[in-house]
Design a protein around this ligand. Structure first.
Ligand SMILES: C[S@@+](CC[C@H](N)C(=O)[O-])C[C@H]1O[C@@H](n2cnc3c(N)ncnc32)[C@H](O)[C@@H]1O
Length: 315
């Protein structure tokens, strides 16, 4: 639930500024910079996972893995920090997203960021004055997300929950689910929640890991090749669980939306094509993405799908 219900770890929390609509103005959140705090967990399973207990279902093991990585490698996790070793890579990936989503994000006024993480994409509408509501099951990501939002021209609030358990937050013109639907327990329920949250004509910007390209990733886990040959679900116990998607899976999931854009993506962002390409600027990367997408051999080896889907005007 909202920052209004945040409670302190040790010292009292600063007071909150008056909200604008249902978000808190980021320009007045300086006193929250770097703070850790509790929020009510709208999915009651999250509290134990946050405290280091094993997750009760396989998809939630992603969150168990995140708790461990926040302890062992916080510098990888908070990649919006310019000192993070993955900062440049993650911003290059964001530049690729913005090539297709940028105009919608820059013009959005009320944005729902499902699984918003540390705020990589949510920062764009926030810097353009939008209201951002973040639904995120990893509390440590929420703390960093809030710190990165401080000083932006928009307003923000946070909800500590899985997307399956998200509250009714009113209507949005834009919803983001960037690299999230791979990790959820019930993607159809999550898409129903997003559909319910969008105005008619509102847009969903979504990306997911793709069915065939994932073993090309630099950090592919050993003992997962059977997932390529069999279910398409990559499971490393207590570390990661990833549902990969075919084009048909995406079309089935989004059957109540009009799909405006569906593109194979992320050929060059991790793994052999990345190494063969070397360090490049975003224009060169987009050139290689387009070339590999149209090449008869590499075509099916996209790591991800990028989507823009619209809630029909008559819904
Ligand atoms: C790969 S990160 C992407 C973060 C962010 N969207 C971005 O692009 O930088 C996946 C995010 O999904 C979140 N997540 C995992 N399971 C989820 C669930 N059931 N509902 C909502 N978010 C979930 C994780 O906590 C994490 O922040």
């Amino acid at each position: 639930m909202s920052l209004a219900l945040a409670t302190a770890h040790t010292q009292p929390l600063p007071s909150l500024p008056d909200p604008i609509g249902t978000g808190y103005p980021c320009s007045q959140l300086e006193d929250w910079l770097g703070l850790s705090f509790w929020l009510p967990a709208l999915d009651p399973r999250l509290q134990n996972i946050h405290l280091g207990e094993p997750a009760p279902t396989a998809p939630l093991e992603n969150l168990e893995g995140m708790v461990r990585y926040w302890t062992e490698h916080p510098e990888w996790m908070d990649f919006l920090d310019p000192n993070s070793p993955t900062h440049e890579d993650k911003l290059l990936e964001r530049a690729l997203y913005l090539e297709y989503w940028g105009e919608i994000l820059q013009n959005a006024t009320r944005v729902l960021d499902i699984g918003g993480g540390v705020g990589r994409l949510g920062q764009i509408p926030l810097q353009n004055g939008a209201e951002l509501q973040v639904v995120e099951p990893d509390l440590r990501s929420i703390w960093r997300n809030l710190s990165h939002a401080v000083g932006a021209s928009g307003s923000i609030d946070f909800h500590w929950c899985t997307a399956e358990h998200m509250p009714n937050l009113g209507l949005f013109d834009t919803a983001l689910a960037c690299e999230v639907l791979n990790y959820v327990e019930d993607p159809h329920k999550v898409i129903r929640n997003i559909h319910r949250s969008l105005k008619p004509g509102g847009r969903l910007l979504m990306s997911v890991e793709a069915r065939w390209g994932w073993p090309m990733a630099r950090d592919v886990a050993p003992q997962t090749l059977d997932a390529f040959l069999d279910t398409g679900i990559v499971h490393v116990p207590h570390d990661r669980w990833i549902r990969t998607y075919t084009e048909d899976d995406i079309r089935d999931l989004l059957k109540d939306f009009q799909i405006r854009f569906l593109q194979r993506s992320h050929y060059t962002l991790s793994g052999p094509f990345e190494w063969a390409m070397g360090d490049v600027d975003i224009e060169t990367l987009i050139h290689y993405e387009n070339t590999l997408r149209n090449h008869p051999v590499s075509h099916k080896l996209n790591r991800a799908w990028m989507v823009i889907a619209e809630k029909p005007h008559n819904d």
